[in-house]
Ligand binder design. Structure first.
Ligand SMILES: Nc1ncnc2c1ncn2[C@@H]1O[C@H](COP(=O)(O)OP(=O)(O)OP(=O)(O)O)[C@@H](O)[C@H]1O
Ligand SMILES: Nc1ncnc2c1ncn2[C@@H]1O[C@H](COP(=O)(O)OP(=O)(O)OP(=O)(O)O)[C@@H](O)[C@H]1O
Ligand SMILES: [Mg+2]
Ligand SMILES: [Mg+2]
Lengths: 230, 230
């Protein structure tokens, strides 16, 4: 369970002389196994909110409670454990390591987690098959197309079967067919493994498939919409 | 006028042992002032084709004729002149310089072109207004959202009023409203300044606004569609 209480986050620039309000008094609860879309215009605060929930950015005010634990009270070491144990993250700009192949990028979270080599190879081969890039395993990021990089990033986020996956524009860089495959894949994982998903998106088609949509504008949640399919 | 004759491009990996066919026997002509979309699935060869037309990648076989000049016969120095004189490029992954502000990133092509300071400031202020980021001029790329980076990249491509703009997924990272604003902007430039546009996209909505769509699949142009609006 994720609980955000009066969450605010500003960015300071120019040595603190300029203050940009990115998130303001956000109050939401997200239950285990939910599939939620975060929808909003460019610059509305989506990436900032995902980074705060993911423990990469510290909130200025308010609480971030994950299964009852207040992230703002954790030490940096505890935050790293929280991130590797519980969370898979798909960045808006991929963040793949340029000197490693697709295979090695996906393998990395499994190495951090201390998984034995045999198990790692089996899991990575499973994931590359699942996301449709098994023919590109030996390519490095600069030898992959934009969409292929995104699929590597998705496979890497799923490596340790995390309890929660935070995905920043997972279908931003791919074509309609690939986007549909990716979304079906994410929904399958949500239904079969009970993984909680929070996806940021601009794509109105994403509204059709998510069960809940949080609309964000200028750092505030303006609407919390439950989508029921007839 | 752009003329591609039997254009092929392979990528070699692993010291030449693996060969990936990215473009194969492409034959197309694009006239001055056209507004063309390059539509295809992830990995179909769109970025590779834009890079060959833009003079960043050398073709393996065939001819790339721009206004009658064969790019494959140019020296590296002549290629750099070709790129700064004639072409504005919007990369799929922004490629902004991380240590410069939005203002300085947009100003850079004007500095290369030897424009005086007064004229540069005026032009950059015009462009930031045009693409809607005048409040973020002093931000560095890591202080901008994904969509804001894209708008900086578009403004930079337009700095020297190039004859041709090659745009790789210009609306990939932005919301529907912003995408519409960007496309309207690019069309305005096409109509007012006669700039030739070639855009790669996955977005079927782009088909509606372009006058011509080249469909690419597995490195080959499979269809050349003129779109006439009723
Ligand atoms: N430097 C490289 N080395 C080896 N293969 C490459 C390289 N760059 C691209 N490729 C391969 O060439 C093919 C074409 O890539 P390209 O980047 O042109 O695709 P694209 O149409 O732009 O895809 P997307 O829509 O996902 O960005 C892909 O299958 C990709 O794996
Ligand atoms: N490091 C930073 N320093 C200063 N301002 C920042 C920083 N990062 C983001 N911002 C600002 O905070 C606001 C929210 O940014 P955020 O990246 O969360 O937006 P977003 O909703 O993800 O947008 P997009 O859809 O374009 O990716 C933006 O207006 C942006 O300019
Ligand atoms: Mg973002
Ligand atoms: Mg591409």
């Amino acid at each position: 369970l994720i609980e955000l209480i009066d969450l605010s986050k500003d960015y300071l620039m120019d040595g603190g002389r300029i203050r940009i309000k990115a998130l303001e008094k956000i109050n939401i609860k997200i239950g285990k196994g939910e599939f939620v879309a975060l929808m909003g215009a460019s610059g509305s605060g989506k990436t900032t909110l995902l980074n705060v929930i993911g423990g990469m950015l510290k909130a200025d005010n308010g609480y971030v409670l994950i299964d009852g634990v207040n992230l703002t009270h954790l030490t940096d070491k505890q935050l790293v454990d929280y991130r590797t144990e519980k969370i898979g993250y798909i960045y808006q700009s991929f963040n793949l390591l340029s000197n490693l192949t697709a295979f090695e990028n996906i393998e990395l979270p499994l190495i951090f987690h201390g998984r034995p080599r045999e198990e790692r190879i089996k899991r990575v081969n499973e994931l590359t098959e699942l996301v449709g890039i098994s023919k590109r395993k030996e390519h490095k990021p600069n030898e992959l197309s934009g969409g292929e990089k995104q699929r590597v990033a998705i496979a890497r986020a799923m490596a340790n079967k995390p309890k929660m996956i935070l995905a920043d524009e997972p279908t931003g860089n791919v074509d309609i067919q690939t986007a549909k495959q990716i979304v079906d894949l994410l929904q399958e994982i949500n239904e079969n493994e009970g993984t909680t998903f929070i996806l940021s998106t601009h794509d109105l088609k994403m509204v059709d498939i998510c069960k809940r949509v949080l609309w964000i504008s200028d750092g505030q949640i303006t609407r919390d919409q439950k989508i029921t399919r007839i």
